[in-house]
Design a protein around this ligand. Structure first.
Ligand code: GTP
Ligand code: MG
Length: 386
């Protein structure tokens, strides 16, 4: 209880500071990422961070190592594992007592008969992110370890309160807030009324799981309720919403094992009980029907955030929507960074790279967007090489 109150106080304090900076903030393009626990909010940010080369992957080494170790030791402890093999028991003991870490030896623990047989019997005991880290644990603890993109996107570290990311991209100030709170949401959500776009994440694959916070609630139902609350707050009545259904890859896998109709009995697919497109349509309708402002369109995206193509396309749309909201249609048509003159650098660069034709031949602004994102990253990389 005490920690809940102190978290709320922390959030309130952060909001107060931000309000003081409001004048300055008015010039910035502001995005809010919302959604229930584990819905992919921080991963959406990570994809942005990677696309624009904002932080170094090496910054994640400690987090990834600590997470991997605690997943391994918590698993052994919770399942009360006694390793039959003496060497394994010794490795485990040393790991717990002295944190002595040897990559090959740690990996042996995970591959041990005891751990593997428990995992085979109860595969849902570990989430996909934990399994990924355990399978990679030997590489993760090598002295020259450098995290891959996949390592960074896959690890799961719960966000507490609000994560604020403030970045400048080509002189273009952007603020992204990634929030989660069950607590006094209503009390402080109104401070976000000046957001340019709200990106709401929904884990599409969670339809058969129960909420972390309340075991009696289905996670998809929890997501629907949160969306209902957020989209209909009076402070956001004019704010563009982008509804992002994440974990499309896991959704397709889960459908093979978990019948959707069983969890949502009012769903009756014409083409079959587990037809992915019909289910997506059903879920989409459940969300969209909650929007009480019919004038406002909600953009929908289905993504596998581990796929670069999906996340590029998503951010492209988010930026276009944000720019249109803040600077008008003309600006968004000119496409994001062109309004700051960077388009000329792009054109010169493209001419050099003989990529210009590709850009001018297409009339589809979305396609241009995807290319531009790609090209901008290339420019960044080129400049870094110099
Ligand atoms: N396979 C797959 N995994 C995903 C996808 N999107 C997110 N994840 C994983 O889902 C887990 C949770 O993602 P996060 O972005 O940390 O979730 P969050 O909404 O920030 O969670 P909280 O901070 O606890 O509220 C991570 O392990 C991600 O790698 C996806 O599209 N496909
Ligand atoms: Mg998070």
């Amino acid at each position: 209880m005490g920690s809940k109150n102190s978290k709320t106080k922390e959030i309130e304090k952060q909001i107060e500071i931000e309000q003081e900076q409001e004048k300055e903030n008015a010039k910035k393009l502001k995005f809010l990422i919302s959604g229930i626990r584990g819905s992919g909010k921080s991963t959406v940010f990570k994809t942005f961070d990677m696309e624009y080369c904002l932080s170094k992957k090496e910054e994640n080494i400690e987090i990834i190592r600590n997470l991997s170790l605690s997943i391994l030791t918590d698993f052994a402890e919770n399942e009360n594992i006694q390793f039959k093999n003496e060497e394994n028991q010794e490795i485990y003991k040393k790991l717990i007592e002295t944190r002595e870490i040897n990559p090959e030896k740690i990996s042996k623990l995970w591959k041990s008969e005891e751990m593997q047989s428990i995992y085979q019997k109860k595969p849902d005991i570990l989430d996909p992110s934990s399994i990924y880290l355990l399978n990679e644990i030997e590489r993760i603890f090598q002295p020259n370890y450098s995290p891959t993109k996949e390592d960074v996107l896959r690890y799961y570290q719960k966000t507490v309160g609000i994560n604020v990311y403030e970045k400048k991209i080509q002189n273009f100030p952007i603020v992204i807030r990634d929030i989660w709170s069950r607590g006094e949401r209503r009390k402080w959500m109104r401070y976000f009324e000046n957001m340019d776009v709200i990106i709401h994440c929904v884990d599409l694959s969670c339809y058969y799981q129960n909420s972390y916070a309340d075991e009696s609630i289905n996670k998809m139902q929890e997501s629907i309720e949160l969306f209902d609350e957020i989209i209909n707050y009076q402070w956001f009545s004019e704010t563009p919403f982008i509804l992002v259904f994440t974990k499309l890859d896991l959704f397709l896998k889960n459908l093979e094992k978990n019948n959707f109709h069983h969890y949502f009995p009012d769903y009756n697919g014409k083409k079959g009980k587990n037809e992915p497109n019909e289910i997506k349509e059903y879920i989409e309708k459940r969300f969209i029907s909650l929007n009480q402002n019919q004038e406002r369109k909600i953009q929908i995206h289905y993504v596998n955030l581990l796929e670069e193509y999906d996340s590029n396309k998503l951010w492209n749309e988010i930026l276009i929507t944000g720019i249109e909201r803040k600077f008008g249609k003309e600006a968004s048509n000119l496409y994001k960074f062109s309004i700051y003159g960077v388009i000329f650098d792009l054109i010169n660069f493209l001419k050099k790279q003989e990529l210009c034709d590709k850009i001018y031949k297409t009339n589809d602004s979305q396609e241009i967007g995807i290319h531009s994102l790609f090209i901008e990253q290339r420019i960044g990389n080129e400049q870094m090489k110099k």
